[in-house]
Design a protein around this ligand. Structure first.
Ligand code: HEM
Length: 425
């Protein structure tokens, strides 16, 4: 994600890493994170209207916390509510899902579906994902081009980036094609509840509730159907799963489907749109990748490092400890800032350069390599490689064709609108 911050803060008091308005106006606060990494890598962040927390901005500290679930628990509100208007669906209290669990319960639940997310388990999806990507880009190339000028115009988020992640999860869960549009609408209401586009006269809360309830009702029916007619899909895996000899109860089963839909959607969408923006802003890297497609794999890793779509997750400290010499008390929260870790100058060579051939690139966009490391990481990589392959294959001379609009959120770093123009190859 690029940033529009012109200068660094001059003191710790000036540091602002949580205001949703600043995220939508300026993009990620990289100069503020850099200031913290240098002056106070474990910083007690106290600001009006936010529960205070320790801001963790260095890569190795994030990794250490992620790998020690005994001292740093997920059993808490692990995202920051910077203002009442910001959507905060991941830590909703009516659900019981992986991101809210600690060992040993967490590993038991995760093992129910883990196999489907390994490279081997995803192999059956590979061709379908490629087919869907090709279809998405073919439509753009066929329908959105002005016949006179020969130039195409697209809103890259709606026309491309948002489409594949949802389709991929629907395929995985076994949602039939005819229902994808409904799922799309309900997830938009759930995640984008602050957006007037999805509210249609309702409040944010009403919009989110309507979306969540519709999704839950739908998955309940889908589960029923898969019980009657089992298929080779994730919903069937979930309805057949047993923990300690018992099937999953309704809340656990629905929460699973829910976290997969929510976890896999906006993140991959924003890596896609943010990745294209990075390539447009670094034309020499775009050319390099076009000239040498063997770089696609490392380019996707660099896009993940560069965009880091999840901005933070937190942990509750369960016993007195210290990080980097700073004492931390039981009951306090630590918040890990993944985009900051991904620009840590102690770990990455030239961290502020976008380099599609970067190697090594052990980024933490999917988390700090602990218990909760992103379940969908292999799937996300598969999707990103496939969509960028088809974009590069079909679309040429891609340029910005209007203002980039960013999401008003300090949790998911998002691009709402990315107007582009292009020619067709
Ligand atoms: C570019 C895309 C993605 C990014 C940047 C991303 C990022 C993350 C991060 C940072 C975490 C927390 C890691 C931690 O606490 O250590 C996470 C967890 C998770 N992600 Fe992703 N994710 C992406 C795509 C996906 C996809 C496609 C799916 C599902 C199909 C998914 C499902 C999940 C789930 C279920 C968890 C919770 C895992 C657990 O608690 O054990 N994610 N993801």
């Amino acid at each position: 994600m690029s940033t529009r911050y012109a200068s660094s803060p001059r003191s710790l008091e000036e540091v602002d890493i949580t205001s949703p308005d600043a995220f939508s106006a300026n993009g990620y606060p990289y100069p503020h994170w850099a200031y913290l990494r240098e002056h106070a890598p474990v910083y007690w962040y106290e600001r009006p209207n936010i529960a205070p927390f320790w801001a963790i901005t260095r890569y190795h500290d994030i990794q250490r916390i992620s790998r020690d679930p005994k001292t740093f628990s997920n059993n808490a509100d692990i995202t920051i509510r910077a203002d009442p208007e910001e959507s905060n669906t991941v830590s909703s209290t009516q659900t019981h899902h992986l991101l809210q669990m600690d060992p040993p319960e967490h590993a038991e639940y995760r093992s129910l579906v883990n196999r489907r997310f390994t490279p081997g388990g995803l192999r059956i999806l590979e061709d379908r994902i490629d087919e869907i990507s090709a279809g998405i880009v073919d439509r753009v190339a066929a329908e959105l081009v002005d016949e006179v000028s020969g130039r195409g115009q697209a809103e890259f988020v709606a026309d491309v980036a948002a489409r594949l992640p949802l389709a991929a999860i629907c395929e995985l869960l076994g949602v039939p094609r005819r229902d994808w549009d409904d799922i799309h609408q309900w997830t938009n209401e759930t995640i984008g509840a602050s957006d007037p586009e999805f509210q249609q006269g309702r409040t944010r809360r009403e919009t989110a509730r309507a979306g969540t309830q519709a999704l839950f009702m739908y998955f309940m029916q889908l589960a029923e159907q898969k019980r009657r007619e089992p298929a080779d899909d994730l919903m069937t895996t979930l309805v057949q799963a047993e923990l300690h000899g018992e099937p999953l109860n309704a809340v656990d089963l629905l929460s699973y489907a829910f976290i997969l839909i929510l976890g896999g959607n906006e993140t991959t969408r924003n890596a896609t749109s943010g990745g294209l923006l990075a390539l447009i802003e670094h034309p020499e890297q775009m050319e390099r990748l076009r000239a040498d497609r063997a770089l696609l794999e490392s380019a996707v890793e660099e896009i993940l490092r560069w965009t880091t779509p999840i901005v933070h997750f937190g942990r509750l400290v369960t016993e007195d400890t210290e990080i980097g010499g700073q004492p931390i008390a039981a009951g306090e929260m630590v918040m890990m800032w993944y985009p900051s870790g991904n620009r840590d100058e102690e770990v990455f060579d030239r961290p502020d350069q976008f380099d599609v051939g970067r190697d090594p690139n052990e980024h933490i966009a999917f988390g700090g390599f602990g218990e909760h490391f992103c379940l969908g990481a292999n799937l996300a990589r598969l999707e990103l490689r496939s969509i960028f392959h088809h974009v590069l294959e079909r679309l040429d001379d891609i340029q910005l064709a209007g203002d980039v609009e960013r999401l008003r959120s300090g949790f998911v770093g998002g691009i709402k609108h990315l107007p582009v123009s292009f020619t067709v190859r």
